[in-house]
Design a protein. Structure first.
Length: 166
């Protein structure tokens, strides 16, 4: 069981590094959506904390040496996704949808880690995972509550641009 915890902990660390790269790229490009930008920037700070907490757990778990290659490829994929989003006119809507989906992947991963840590009697790790889970749920809830408004704002701006071109 400890091998599973170690593997899933490595995966979570790589996932958080990927999230950090995606969020950072997105925050740089959404100047016209101040509420979304502010929430993403808040989550960037939280995500940096997640990376540190997970790294501390990895350092304390001999079976869980971080795969530098896995972390690098995750960051590379996130960077590529960030650049790809810059090429679409509806990037803010697609980015919000992708962020909402990614938050739910993170939520699932932390629920798995909590159950595994609980089964192993790893109370400290379980507590860390529960803390991170609450922040991921809060971000997913915020995105869910604001996706409609972000979409409406995008549509309004897009319509104004079309009218201006006519």
């Amino acid at each position: 069981m400890m091998d599973h915890l170690a593997a899933w902990l490595r995966d979570a660390h790589a996932m958080e590094e990927q999230a950090l790269a995606m969020l950072t790229a997105q925050a740089k490009r959404i100047q016209s959506y101040p509420d979304l930008k502010a929430r993403i920037e808040q989550h960037i700070v939280e995500t940096k904390g997640h990376v540190r907490l997970l790294q501390d757990l990895l350092d304390a778990t001999p079976a869980a040496k971080v795969s530098r290659l896995k972390g690098f490829t995750g960051r590379l994929a996130a960077t590529a996704q960030g650049f790809g989003g810059a090429l679409t006119s509806d990037e803010v809507v697609k980015g919000a949808m992708a962020a909402y989906s990614f938050e739910h992947i993170e939520i699932a991963a932390y629920r798995v880690l909590i159950a595994t840590a609980d089964e192993l009697g790893e109370a400290g790790a379980k507590s860390v995972f529960e803390q991170i889970l609450q922040e991921e749920i809060a971000m997913a809830d915020w995105l869910a509550d604001n996706l409609g408004e972000t979409t409406r704002l995008y549509l309004l701006r897009d319509e104004r641009e079309l009218q201006a071109k006519r």
